[in-house]
Write a protein that binds this ligand. Structure first.
Ligand code: PLP
Length: 429
């Protein structure tokens, strides 16, 4: 290990790791298109799109240009009492491409903060009506909504960080996760459980928060549109606000521009992030309806305001990224990725170590029987010249949409090879 990596190991935290742990780490020198270039000379095909965000690939000339152009005007200016064209343009675009009932927008500086803001909006909406008792949030298991305290409180209580922060996190209400599309059920027990909780406890519930159609980091599960339709119906019936967290699924990833469009239902509050800037900068947004914003405003201000709210560079590159997406044949491209995943990744299903393979849009998930070895697995993938970062039992990819058929085939073959080898070696131990 060279000195740089040694320093990194001893002093810098990485996501969900301890300082100085023994997990492998790789230094990236630059990136272009679907490729990550490592300091050891290797070139990897990126299967992760840097956690859902890099939809157009790295170092894209159009996005680079948008950011350079904005840089000549200003990198940043406070949003308190001031505004600017990149924010106005982005707000106009986001309100235009989402459902017309979503009419107001709050720019946040990360996905977790967008979720905090969504939760505040729901609470303030009811407080403004004198309904102080509506303070809890209802959600499904296997969810993930971020790492700040409000967001953490609605993450899955087992895979999330509840055990660590027990007694500190606000106690929320959980119902079983919606049935996965791969499960064969004839009943509606998942919907019934949701209905029962809402029926008996709606007077203390401010909002339901859920990731539409695909649950991301909490389990990479795909569920049916019918469930989402039931959630919408029940929230109306029991006067509960509905928050969709589209931070992972937004901007085409599931085959629709937004995953809620699979179910043709609209939330009262929508969170966007990750791919919003094409993976260039941190930016997120919380959108809501005229009704919710006017009720909040009637009683005062929405109490949030990050220092880097609506950062102009981030807004400018988000505008460019959305333009690029909408001008491309993204729907066709995501569909082609989905079909190729269905044909080629499904092969992993035959491996003895694999429990299940599931695919939607440009997302391919292999669920193993056992948690993978994070000591060795990343190195196996790097040896195959691909970047795949599993967690727990889940080995999954969501590549940039610009990935070619040949590159995707290399990526899938590498996954198959690693899992086949790994499965055997795991069995041999
Ligand atoms: C990543 C993610 C978040 C948190 O976003 P950050 O930008 O990491 O704070 C919230 N919700 C979902 C569904 C996510 O995938």
């Amino acid at each position: 290990m060279n000195d740089n990596l040694k320093f990194d190991k001893q002093h810098i935290w990485h996501p969900y790791t301890a300082i100085a742990d023994e997990l492998p780490i790789f230094q990236v020198t630059h990136a272009k298109g679907v490729y990550l270039y490592l300091s050891n000379g290797k070139r990897l095909i990126d299967g992760m799109a840097s956690w859902w965000s890099v939809i157009h690939g790295y170092n894209h000339p159009y996005l680079n240009q948008a950011i350079s152009k904005q840089l000549e005007n200003m990198a940043h200016v406070m949003f308190g009492g001031l505004t600017h064209q990149p924010a106005i343009d982005l707000a106009q675009t986001l309100l235009a491409i989402t459902d017309k009932r979503l009419d107001k927008i709050f720019f946040a500086d990360s996905g977790s903060v967008a979720v905090e803001v969504a939760m505040k909006m729901a609470l303030q909406y009811f407080f403004a009506q004198g309904k102080q008792q509506k303070q809890q949030f209802l959600t499904v298991r296997s969810g993930y909504h971020g790492d700040t305290f409000g967001a953490m409180s609605v993450c899955d209580p087992v895979t999330g960080m509840h055990h660590l922060f027990q007694g500190v996190l606000a106690p929320q209400l959980f119902v079983p996760a919606p049935y996965s599309i791969t499960e064969d059920h004839t009943d509606h027990a998942d919907i019934d459980a949701l209905e029962m909780t809402l029926k008996t406890q709606h007077h203390t519930i401010a909002a339901v928060i859920i990731e539409p159609i695909v649950q991301g980091a909490g389990g990479m599960r795909i569920y049916r549109a019918e469930y989402l339709q039931a959630v919408r119906r029940l929230c109306n019936q029991y006067e509960v606000v509905l928050i969709f967290d589209e931070i992972a699924t937004g901007f085409g990833r599931t085959g629709k521009l937004f995953a809620y469009q699979h179910a043709q239902v609209v939330p009262d509050i929508l969170c966007l992030g990750k791919a919003l800037t094409g993976g260039y900068m941190t930016l997120a947004a919380t959108l809501t309806t005229e009704l919710i914003s006017s009720r909040i405003s009637a009683c005062g201000a929405l109490m949030h305001g990050p220092t880097f709210m609506a950062n102009p560079l981030a807004c400018a590159v988000a505008n460019a990224s959305i333009q690029l997406l909408l001008a491309s044949d993204w729907e066709q491209k995501v569909l082609a990725i989905e079909q190729q995943l269905q044909q080629q990744l499904m092969r992993c299903d035959h491996l003895s170590s694999v429990r299940e393979v599931r695919v939607i849009g440009a997302i391919g998930v292999v669920e193993m029987y056992q948690a993978v070895d994070m000591q060795r697995m990343p190195e196996y993938f790097v040896e195959q010249n691909v970047w795949v970062r599993p967690f727990g039992k889940l080995v999954y990819i969501m590549p940039p949409y610009i990935i070619s058929k040949e590159q995707l085939e290399i990526l899938i073959n590498a996954m198959y090879k690693v899992l086949a080898q790994y499965g055997d070696s795991a069995l041999n131990e």
